[in-house]
Design a binder for this molecule. Structure first.
Ligand SMILES: Cc1cc2nc3c(=O)[nH]c(=O)nc-3n(C[C@H](O)[C@H](O)[C@H](O)COP(=O)(O)OP(=O)(O)OC[C@H]3O[C@@H](n4cnc5c(N)ncnc54)[C@H](O)[C@@H]3O)c2cc1C
Length: 507
């Protein structure tokens, strides 16, 4: 559904802004007040806000369509918003601030976060002024009601609707959007940013500008940065939707003298392999809390209910040998999914309780193809041999787990009793479990007004960074407790950086 929306953007309204491409691409040198690098969740907000405030704006987008990860997202964080008020929901800013600073182990900047929390509801109001509709929704027991899921806009919904609406506003406000035109480097003059060098279809383009806002969405598709900044093997821990986000903003900021922060990633569980399609019934099976997860030693490593807190589930899987595991289930679980539906959905795209009518046929088809990621066995030992884990270990793990289901007490990981179901009815199945990330977070250090700073926290004049590439908003991982935090931060930081840039320019 998300992908459909994204493709529709390419085919319809958003490409309207593409009309300006040939004229701009033909010129070798152009000028603007503000260049925004990256047309995703944060970059669109920055471009629209800067144009609203009267700036001449050029928006550079590396891909052939705007949207980035935001086109696939579903909702934005907000607190003390009018959509929460409509549901009589009472979580307060101080309560969330207190929870989050402890969750972050004070590795984030608590004052920066507080600013975002305070501005999250006004940011939603501002986004709504551009035609975006919201509803506050809670989709898992580990969340609060902070996720403002996006409704329809001109036939698109969720993130694609946000992208479509803001791209329309950008076009109306005169923003020049150049698609398939990645920024390559910053133009520096006397220690301040003076523009951007980009490369479009017609060759190199120099855009002079007083302010450059880096909104390139992180580095999840850059194997070297994944290894050096996150410490993961990039062949085993990857983007859920690869979008050419190769840390360009981070590298440009660094080359300009920008300081580096710690980085992390927003992970989630998932699966891939022969016979498995993204968001298929088999894919949804990899998120189910009543299954059993084992690592390559044949041992459990986490309560499977962690899929409700997808970021923590991804962390746990990534930390196992080979950064992988196996989801173990039986014929009874297949029947349950067909008749009762999923116990946890995948966002609002595949809602909880969605029935999985194709689960058995997908399993059979994958096994018939000799899938590397879907296996079956009549006994624990047979299944263990098929997936290459020690047979005695898997047998013991299943026995221990089944005893816990009888006793209604999981002494190993304290999984809640309603998700403790015996496994062993009929045949046994295994589905490969892998970690992915929705996006990486951090790398570029800014001040609280989104100015990129050097190693002494002095702003580099004219340079700003927003969204996923900005450091100091997150600690060592992400919590789903405040669902939508990422997308909300992208919108707020984009808007706030535009306001800072215009103020710094004296406008
Ligand atoms: C499947 C999926 C679901 C998600 N759901 C949610 C959700 O519901 N709630 C939530 O909070 N978050 C969600 N996220 C995360 C959310 O998408 C991001 O937090 C948000 O998009 C970050 O905004 P951004 O502007 O930093 O990056 P993006 O939106 O990814 O935009 C970055 C843009 O920069 C462009 N770019 C990169 N390099 C260059 C360059 N050199 N020159 C020009 N352009 C460049 C990219 O092509 C891209 O368009 C989801 C992500 C995915 C993948």
């Amino acid at each position: 559904m998300k992908r459909r929306g994204f493709l529709k953007l390419a085919a319809a309204g958003v490409l309207g802004v593409c009309a300006s491409v040939p004229a701009w691409a033909a010129a070798q040198a152009v000028s603007a007040d503000v260049v925004v690098v990256g047309g995703g969740g944060s970059g669109l907000a920055a471009a629209v806000r800067a144009a609203e405030l009267g700036a001449k704006v050029v928006l550079l987008e590396k891909n052939g369509v705007v949207g980035g990860g935001a086109a696939f997202a579903e909702g934005l964080f907000g607190i003390e918003s009018r959509w929460q008020r409509a549901k009589n929901y009472g979580l307060s800013i101080p309560h969330a601030a207190e929870y989050l600073q402890r969750f972050d182990h004070f590795k984030s900047d608590a004052k920066f976060r507080r600013l975002y929390l305070e501005q999250s509801a006004p940011t939603l109001d501002w986004v709504a002024q551009h035609g975006v509709k919201f509803e506050a929704i809670q989709v898992s027991p580990s969340e609060t009601l902070t996720w403002h899921v996006i409704g329809q806009y001109k036939g698109d919904q969720h993130g694609a609707a946000y992208v479509h609406a803001l791209a329309d506003s950008a076009a109306k406000l005169g923003v020049k959007t150049l698609l398939s035109t990645p920024a390559k480097s910053l133009i520096m003059k006397n220690g301040r940013v003076a523009g951007v060098k980009a490369e479009g279809a017609a060759g190199e383009l120099d855009i002079s500008a007083s302010s450059v806002i880096l909104a390139t969405g992180g580095f999840g598709d850059n194997p070297e940065l994944v290894r050096s900044l996150l410490g993961y093997d990039p062949a085993r821990v990857k983007s859920s939707v690869p979008l050419h986000k190769t840390g360009d903003g981070f590298l440009m900021a660094k080359a300009a003298g920008g300081a580096q922060t710690a980085a992390t990633a927003v992970m989630h569980p998932g699966t891939e392999g022969r016979g498995i399609k993204f968001l298929s019934n088999l894919y949804v099976m990899s998120w189910q809390p009543a299954n059993l997860w084992v690592n390559d030693h044949g041992e459990r490593f986490a309560p499977e209910t962690l899929s409700f807190e997808f970021a923590l589930a991804g962390n746990a899987i990534a930390s196992q040998l080979h950064s992988e595991g196996w989801v173990i289930f039986d014929d009874a679980a297949i029947d349950y999914m067909k008749t009762q539906g999923a116990d946890v959905g995948v966002g609002v795209i595949i809602p909880t309780m969605t029935k999985l009518p194709n689960i058995r046929s997908e399993i059979n088809a994958a096994i018939a193809q000799g899938s590397d990621a879907v296996k079956s066995g009549a006994t624990a030992e047979e299944l263990a041999r098929a997936i290459g884990v020690p047979p005695s270990a898997l047998k013991k793990t299943l026995e221990t787990y089944n005893r816990a289901t009888e006793e209604k007490y999981d002494g190993e990981f304290f999984k809640l009793t309603q998700w403790l179901r015996p496994i062993g009815k009929g045949r046994l199945y295994a589905l490969r479990l892998r970690p992915y990330w929705f996006c990486t977070l951090g790398g570029t250090r800014t001040d609280r007004s989104l100015r990129v700073v050097d190693g002494d926290d002095r702003p580099i004049p004219g340079l700003y960074a927003v969204g996923a590439e900005t450091g100091r908003m997150y600690g060592d991982t992400y919590t789903t407790w405040t669902s939508g935090h990422l997308f909300g931060f992208a919108a707020w930081s984009g808007k706030a950086a535009a306001e800072t840039a215009l103020k710094d320019m004296g406008k």
